[in-house]
Design a protein around this ligand. Structure first.
Ligand SMILES: CNc1ncnc2c1ncn2[C@@H]1O[C@H](COP(=O)(O)O)[C@@H](O)[C@H]1O
Length: 383
């Protein structure tokens, strides 16, 4: 995979790290670093789990979707209490902050297990994010997308939507009220059918007024891809295995639907064989279709958002201006619709971009000035 990905130089990696970035496609369980998982596994109560979890740590050059979906249940076993869930949220947010991510939308699937009900799961995540903000008042900002998993029964999705609605009512007026900013469909793309989940998402969009992102084109299926475009989601995740007809439709007719691009994930899971063949290179960059670079599962894939920027910029020889505008697009495609919050994020973005491009004390910087600094209105809600 290394070859296919293009190696990035230390200088590009360092510049991409200093760039302020937004992460819009990150699954909580897939974000936990191996170091953190090892730390949790060393605890006496996890002795039995330790042997089972060794597959998480084997060095890999590829990880097909089937293997990937075998790892998640093991990580779920590691997160075996609200206290551990809270701890991993903190750890994941620390990792993003260390990578100079200023805004992250964490997506996660509320689950039922011995330790959780969907209600307890969501409440714990929201409490953890809220506490993280309070402990880091000038730190990164996190928002949450509630995930529906297509490989689980439809009934489960219905329950999650109901619980989300109840929680949103319960937290209205508190500091947690704005934390849930969207809904998303993910899960094993070989299982479940969009036709079955669509009515649930239609109903939730009407009732909750939240934007929706759909995992789209992770495997080739024109019928499903067209049905998903007919639904007009606010964003699409992956969009990597598409027929020419679907790709053309997306780029020409659906110009407002931003794509969450996950390069390393797509290469690792063998959705494409090289970055040169990835739609971000063959289609999105040239058409100026809006997209945001994302990590998907950085813990499992051993990547960071900076690394994703460095690989793309080096492999396609993008100018720093172009890379900076890709980073800005990440913020523009955010599901956060609170104008005050967005304004503050844009200010942080431009301040940090200035530092990245020109150093702390520069009074004039042509590179950062090339970027249009007007603060755009929040993304409209699609219906
Ligand atoms: C590799 N590409 C992918 N494609 C589709 N779904 C994925 C995914 N990577 C992760 N997930 C989804 O996220 C869950 C784990 O995080 P949470 O427990 O929800 O935080 C997985 O169970 C799967 O449903």
């Amino acid at each position: 995979m290394e070859e296919a990905l293009c190696k990035s130089t230390a200088a590009t990696r360092s510049w991409c790290k200093s760039l302020p970035k937004s992460e819009l496609h990150a699954h909580l369980s897939g974000c936990i670093s191996k170091e953190k998982i090892r730390e949790i596994l060393r605890r006496p109560e996890n002795e039995k789990l330790r042997a089972k979890a060794t597959s998480l740590f084997s060095p890999r050059t590829s990880l097909n979707l089937k293997e990937c979906f075998e790892l998640f249940p093991i990580i779920h076993e590691v997160i075996n209490s609200p206290a551990v869930l809270r701890e991993v949220v903190f750890s994941v947010l620390d990792d993003f902050a260390a990578d100079n991510v200023i805004y992250v939308e964490l997506r996660t699937t509320p689950r039922s297990s011995d330790a959780f009900t969907p209600q307890l799961y969501i409440s714990t995540v929201l409490e953890a994010v809220d506490s993280y903000h309070k402990e880091h008042p000038n730190g990164l900002l996190c928002r949450v997308l509630v995930s529906i998993s297509r490989h689980l029964p439809v009934e489960n999705a219905r329950e999650i939507m109901k619980v989300t609605e109840a929680i949103m009512k319960e937290i209205a007026g508190t500091t947690r009220a704005d934390l849930i900013v969207g809904l998303e469909l993910s899960g094993n793309p070989h299982r479940g059918s969009w036709d079955d989940f669509k009515p649930i998402f239609e109903d939730s969009r009407r009732r909750l007024h939240l934007p929706i992102s759909l995992h789209f084109g992770e495997v080739l299926d024109d019928k499903e891809a067209n049905a998903m475009l007919d639904f007009r989601p606010s964003r699409l995740g992956h969009a990597v295995v598409l027929s020419d007809a679907v790709a053309t439709r997306m780029i020409t007719e659906e110009r407002n639907i931003g794509v969450e691009v996950c390069i390393s994930s797509n290469l690792m899971t063998e959705s494409v064989t090289s970055l040169q063949e990835h739609p971000v290179v063959t289609k999105l960059l040239g058409s100026r279709h809006p997209f945001s670079l994302c990590t998907d599962d950085p813990g499992i894939l051993d990547t960071t958002l900076s690394e994703e920027y460095a690989r793309l910029s080096e492999c396609v020889a993008l100018s720093r201006e172009r890379v900076s505008s890709i980073a800005l697009k990440g913020l523009q495609l955010s599901f956060c619709r609170d104008e005050n919050v967005l304004e503050s994020l844009y200010r942080t973005f431009f301040r940090k971009l200035q530092q990245a491009c020109c150093g702390e004390n520069a009074t004039e910087c042509t590179l950062a000035n090339i970027i249009d600094r007007r603060i755009p209105a929040p993304q409209p809600l699609r219906s």
